[in-house]
Design a protein. Structure first.
Lengths: 314, 314, 314
């Protein structure tokens, strides 16, 4: 096990070996969630602040439960960015939390770079829980973990990400993780939202959904988020569903062992048909379960990897 | 002690024996609240999600404290029903919580049947903390517990419930519990809100408050909740107070040992005069104390009744 | 160590000896915050309710962390005063919390006297976390602690408080604490906000900022809070900054060892220039750190001073 980082800010700067260390550690923590007593004392007496300057329910709950199962002391601080601006600066808020001896700050923020910024101004360990359209590293780690669990490997797989790539931090973090782990990544969606420049990262870009999904081992659907998309760039809901939504007709084209992922919450009948979301190929709820294990693993590793003997040092 | 249920969804489907098991267990937990260290490890490492899709303060706090005193890990998820509808469905929310290995989901929802619905779609244990105008089972259990503690029994007592019966989940759950335990139940209130059909359940229905309270051992007042009542059915506040409010003149008619209950929060000067609420016949604050003990008992029993040796297996 | 009080309602009624007991105890708790495991079991199984009937972030978080590090069970109850008025009375809310066996109620309220009122109507221990323009005792205790730590004493020091004194509970509590501990207190600000009547408390009043800060050992700046100030009494922001703001020109006048304090959150460029707030004379973040230690000490002492052997009985 190699792990020397203090922060988890992005996937871009991680090595494949570091990513695999998180995934290996998450495997041990997943078993904690299956026990009758779902708790280990690895973060006892440590203080974690969940600083959510952008609305979130599921990511916040997943982190909160991960922290509780590690026996941390937890403080939640939610505010929306507009009211936040009227008060003190993000830097001042963070330095106040540091002054309270916060060991960890889990930050979600609507501004790209917020997590990196915090890591430069305070001594606490920073975990990026999503910053603007930049990155959402724990989401990419839980997705890679889910793929590895179900397919046995990530390297060599065809993974298609479908939707609004341009404004998606989930897509961006996934692209980094998948490429580092050796997958072949195809991006698909409206041309305004999936520009050719992504080819420079090493992805294949297509605007033809049949072409995108036919050879895929994994089809990763993104949530259609109206609030964040520029109106002029985005087709209507009906048009998106017709052109890119995953329905039974499209599912008939894919490989028999292709699996479907989605970061949630899903829009039933928009980017995915309801019976596909609930079907046997869907990994959507496994992603949720794995997210908790991955977040426990991240907190555990950033804390120095102590007090949990079940993690094998390999 | 017999207890085989996984969920607490309503009172209607419970047997008298099951109700008494909760009340017997609650007696042991009430003593925990009187100790210097008010904590037992019965739910250590278990995850409880408080899913409140309808505003609540006192019921949420009572459940939260019950869970803390049982040493559970707790996540709170509050949303109001209107904003909830815009996002994912209740079923998807619940299945996501299940995927986080939630052992218990305590749900309050403005829709009747929400708790039953959840129990069919997820594997977690469901506790109904109030669903629409349907049931509020822990309220009825704490009321029965309070009566039994003060009167020594429930069977054979005359219990009068006074107020808006038709739209009250508190009334509905109380009627079921009281009848199952052998009490004689009288319902009283404006005829639009206390229809004769309640007689079919086995209650006596009257619209004459003097007749309703004269022989009562327990007078249970309901809160006048303007927001939930159909305007046309409900008399004005002043008219309600004059016709049905419990004042000193009416109190002079009742038995010397009659006791007053109210689920709270009270409207002083509307359904109850202030000095009666604070007087020696009032059980209102005892109900609050007992509510915590009853909720601890419910969680403990649904968890399999382990790790609390003070509960006598009878 | 002498401590016989059940509540912490204000500084006005404390003796110098009692204040010093809190400060001595806080020293031991400060070291807990510097440990790897920042937790002691002194309040295990005790219930603390944080009843915040006025918006607050930093004071609430500081109390919450103090309670967690003492291993208390915690319930948060936030509401704003206007919506609160529509529901039950403060007295009824408090008596309900008492009925839940709340050992401590930490109350912040927009009405002066709210904490004293609660202490008369319930048996729980009450801690005043700020009541209207009256007092904010834990703020004054943490300020006195910070001064004593940095200057070795409080007695004999010149302490200047600068800003809106009239409507500041921070100023009022600080004046009481500083005078009791033997400091010489100078108040300065616009004449409408620093009336001469404060001289009756034993303070020196001046409206000349140069005169106020020249001999000061400690310059305590108050936050300019627009929302709470009567418009007609308060100069504009620009005018305040020009007349009373702490800038480099004014800093050049002060003693070489003068230190700067501020209860936060700071308005950079209004009452304090940004580089002074971040400079070597600023104690602002130390105040935050010390606040947590002082609040742990207060809870510990009100709980009877048990289960923390590191506190030396002196």
């Amino acid at each position: 096990m190699i792990w020397t980082r203090k922060h988890l800010l992005d996937i871009e700067s991680l090595s494949a070996e570091e990513i695999n260390t998180v995934l290996d550690t998450a495997r041990a923590f997943k078993s904690v969630g299956e026990r009758s007593i779902k708790k280990v004392p690895a973060l006892r007496g440590k203080t974690v602040v969940n600083l959510f300057i952008e609305p979130s329910t599921r990511t916040r709950i997943s982190f909160e439960l991960a922290e509780q199962r590690l026996t941390a002391d937890i403080v939640n601080f939610s505010a929306d960015a507009s009211s936040f601006k009227k008060g003190e600066t993000l830097k001042d808020t963070a330095r106040n939390l540091e002054a309270l001896n916060a060991d960890f700050i889990v930050i979600r923020h609507s501004a790209s770079g917020a997590a990196h910024f915090l890591s430069r101004v305070v001594k606490s360990s920073i975990i990026n829980a999503g910053d603007g359209a930049h990155e959402h590293p724990t989401q990419a780690l839980l997705d890679a973990f889910t793929i590895r669990e179900r397919k046995g490997r990530v390297a060599g797989l065809n993974v298609t990400i479908l939707g609004d790539i341009l404004y998606s931090r989930v897509a961006r973090s996934n692209i980094w993780a998948l490429l580092k782990l050796g997958a072949k990544v195809t991006l698909c969606g409206p041309s305004t939202l999936v520009p050719e420049t992504f080819a420079l990262m090493g992805c294949r870009v297509t605007h033809d959904v049949a072409d995108a999904i036919r050879e895929a081992d994994i089809i990763h659907l993104l949530r259609i988020q109206h609030e964040r998309q520029r109106k002029s760039m985005f087709p209507g809901i009906g048009e998106y569903r017709q052109l890119f939504g995953l329905n039974q007709a499209r599912l008939a084209m894919v490989r028999p062992d292709a699996l479907i992922m989605h970061p949630g919450p899903i829009n039933r009948g928009v980017e995915i048909e309801s019976d596909i979301a609930d079907g046997s190929r869907s990994l959507i709820l496994e992603q949720v379960t794995n997210g908790l294990a991955v977040r426990m693993a991240v907190l555990y590793l950033l804390n120095g990897g102590k007090d949990f003997p079940e993690v094998s040092v390999g």
